[in-house]
Design a binder for this molecule. Structure first.
Ligand SMILES: Cc1cc2nc3c(=O)[nH]c(=O)nc-3n(C[C@H](O)[C@H](O)[C@H](O)COP(=O)(O)OP(=O)(O)OC[C@H]3O[C@@H](n4cnc5c(N)ncnc54)[C@H](O)[C@@H]3O)c2cc1C
Length: 407
C-alpha cells in the first residue's frame, strides 16, 4: 500500500525517492497501471502537487538536474500538462461556470430520491457506476479503488472516463464530479479539462476510446473487459468556448504593514511563496473545496494542519482555523491580530476563487484589502496557454530558463 502522509516533508521525501525514476524509466513505463500494491513507474505525487505541498518547479528542477533535458523530457512534459490545464482554465473561467451548470442539471435529473429524480434509470445507473457494480470488471475495480484509496493511475482515469461516457452513456459532468469529490488530487482544471478531452469537447471532435486490448496490455493482463463501446462519437457543446481573458492581476509579493495570512488548500506552502513579510496572524480555511469524501477529505485535513503548523512556526503565530470563508470571519480575525489587510496565495479558477471574490467585496466594506499573491511559475507560464498544448510546450523551455531551471 502507498503512504499518503499529507505533509510537505513526506512529499519532498517521496519526490527524492522518485528522482531516479524521472528519466527514461518514466518514459518507458508511465502508461502501465500495475494496480494497487504494484511497481508503479509514475511518482504518485499528485496529491502533494495539487495542494502545492510540492511545487511543479521543484519537480521539474529535480528531474532536470538528475537526468538532463533529454532524458527528463517526458516527466517534465507531464508536469507542465498540469500547468497548461491550470493556465487554460484561468484564461477561460466560463468553461468552469458551464461545467457547474451542466453538473447541476445532470444531478437534478439523477437525484437519488425517486420522487425527485426526473430520470430514475439514470439515477440507478449512476449509483451502480459510483459503487462499482456495473458488471464491467475493470471499471468496477477502478470505482472501488477510487473510493478506497482516493487515487487512480492516469491510464485508469482515461479508461474509466471513456467507459463512463461511451459505454455506460452517463453524463460526463457527473463523472467529473465523482472524481473531484473522491480524488486526493481532485483539481478543477486538470479534472474538468481531462474529462472534456475524453468526451471530445476539449479538442473539438477528438475523443478517447478505451479498448479491451489496450486495457489488457497496460494492466499487465489484469483486465480484458467485454462489451465496451466500439465507437466514441464526440459530445457537442451548444456554445463554443469563447474568447480568453487576460490573466487576472495578482501581486508578486506581500505589501507593507501587518497582514493576516490566509492559508487555503490551493497553496499549502505559503511561507515559501510569501517570504519574510510582516505576518500578524495565520488563518486556515478548508472550504469550499471539492474534496469532500473519504481519503480525499482525510488528506486535505491533514495537509491543511501541516501547512498551518509550518506557517505558524515561520511567523510565530498560532494558526486559527476558520469554519467559514467569508468577509465577516476574515475581517474579525484580521482586526483581532491588528492587521491592515489579508494576504493569501492567489486561488486559480474554482470554488475557492469564487468564495475569495465574494470575501474581497465584504472585506472592502470594512476598509480591509485582500491581496492575492501569485507564484512566479504561474505568472510566467499561465499566459502562454492561449492555444493547444503543443504550442505551449514549445514555448515553455524559454520560460523555464528564465525561472532558473537547468533546461
Ligand atoms: C479523466 C481524468 C481526470 C484527471 N483528473 C485529475 C485531477 O483531478 N487532478 C490531477 O492532478 N490530475 C488529474 N488527471 C491527470 C493525471 O491523471 C494525474 O495528474 C496523474 O495520474 C497523477 O499521477 P502521478 O502523480 O503519479 O503523475 P506522474 O506521472 O508521476 O507526473 C508527475 C506530476 O505531473 C502532473 N501530471 C502528470 N500527468 C498529468 C496529466 N495527464 N495531466 C495533468 N497533470 C499531469 C501531476 O501533477 C503529477 O503529480 C486526470 C486525468 C484524466 C484522464
Amino acid at each position: 500500500m502507498s503512504d499518503w502522509t499529507p505533509t510537505r516533508a513526506a512529499g519532498l521525501e517521496r519526490m527524492q525517492a522518485f528522482v531516479p525514476g524521472m528519466g527514461r524509466a518514466y518514459a518507458v513505463g508511465r502508461n502501465t497501471d500495475p494496480g494497487p500494491g504494484g511497481a508503479y513507474a509514475v511518482s504518485r505525487l499528485s496529491p502533494w502537487v495539487r495542494r502545492r505541498l510540492v511545487g511543479e518547479d521543484e519537480l521539474a528542477r529535480a528531474a532536470l538536474e538528475a537526468h538532463g533535458p533529454r532524458a527528463a523530457e517526458k516527466f517534465v512534459q507531464e508536469v507542465i500538462w498540469r500547468t497548461y490545464w491550470k493556465g487554460w482554465l484561468e484564461l477561460r473561467p466560463q468553461v468552469w461556470d458551464r461545467y457547474l451548470v451542466t453538473r447541476d442539471q445532470a444531478r437534478a435529473a439523477a437525484a437519488r430520491d425517486p420522487a425527485l429524480a426526473r430520470d430514475p434509470a439514470l439515477a440507478r445507473d449512476l449509483a451502480a457506476a459510483e459503487a462499482g457494480t456495473t458488471g464491467i470488471d475493470a471499471f468496477d475495480a477502478w470505482a472501488r479503488e477510487l473510493a478506497e484509496t482516493g487515487w487512480l493511475h492516469n491510464h485508469a482515469r482515461m479508461w474509466f472516463a471513456s467507459i463512463w461516457v461511451f459505454t455506460l452513456r452517463l453524463p460526463w459532468a457527473l463523472g467529473a464530479d465523482l472524481f473531484l469529490r473522491r480524488l486526493m488530487d481532485g483539481d478543477p482544471a486538470s479534472n474538468t479539462l481531462s474529462w472534456r478531452w475524453v468526451a471530445g469537447l476539449q479538442t473539438v471532435g477528438k475523443t478517447y476510446l478505451a479498448t479491451a486490448d489496450n486495457i489488457a496490455r497496460y494492466t499487465d493482463g489484469r483486465f480484458r473487459p467485454q462489451g465496451l463501446a466500439r465507437s466514441a462519437e464526440p459530445l457537442v457543446e451548444a456554445e463554443p468556448v469563447g474568447p480568453t481573458r487576460p490573466l487576472p492581476p495578482a501581486a508578486r509579493e506581500t505589501p507593507a504593514g501587518p497582514h493576516l495570512l490566509l492559508v487555503t488548500p490551493e497553496d499549502l506552502t505559503p511561507e515559501h511563496l510569501i517570504g519574510p513579510w510582516e505576518i500578524a496572524g495565520v488563518a486556515l480555511v478548508a472550504g469550499p473545496d471539492a474534496a469532500t469524501e473519504g481519503p480525499a477529505r482525510t488528506f486535505l485535513d491533514g495537509a491543511l494542519a501541516d501547512a498551518g503548523a509550518r506557517a505558524g512556526a515561520r511567523y510565530g503565530a498560532e494558526p486559527v482555523r476558520l469554519t467559514m470563508l467569508d468577509g465577516a470571519a476574515l475581517s474579525a480575525r484580521a482586526r483581532a491580530v491588528g492587521a491592515i489587510g489579508v494576504v493569501t496565495p492567489a486561488a486559480p479558477v474554482g470554488p475557492m476563487a469564487t468564495a475569495l471574490a465574494a470575501a474581497r467585496e465584504e472585506l472592502a466594506t470594512e476598509g480591509l484589502a485582500l491581496v492575492e499573491v501569485r507564484r512566479d511559475w504561474d505568472a510566467a507560464l499561465w499566459p502562454l496557454a492561449t492555444k493547444g498544448f503543443f504550442p505551449f510546450k514549445e514555448k515553455a523551455p524559454q520560460v523555464l530558463v528564465g525561472l532558473g531551471l537547468p533546461v
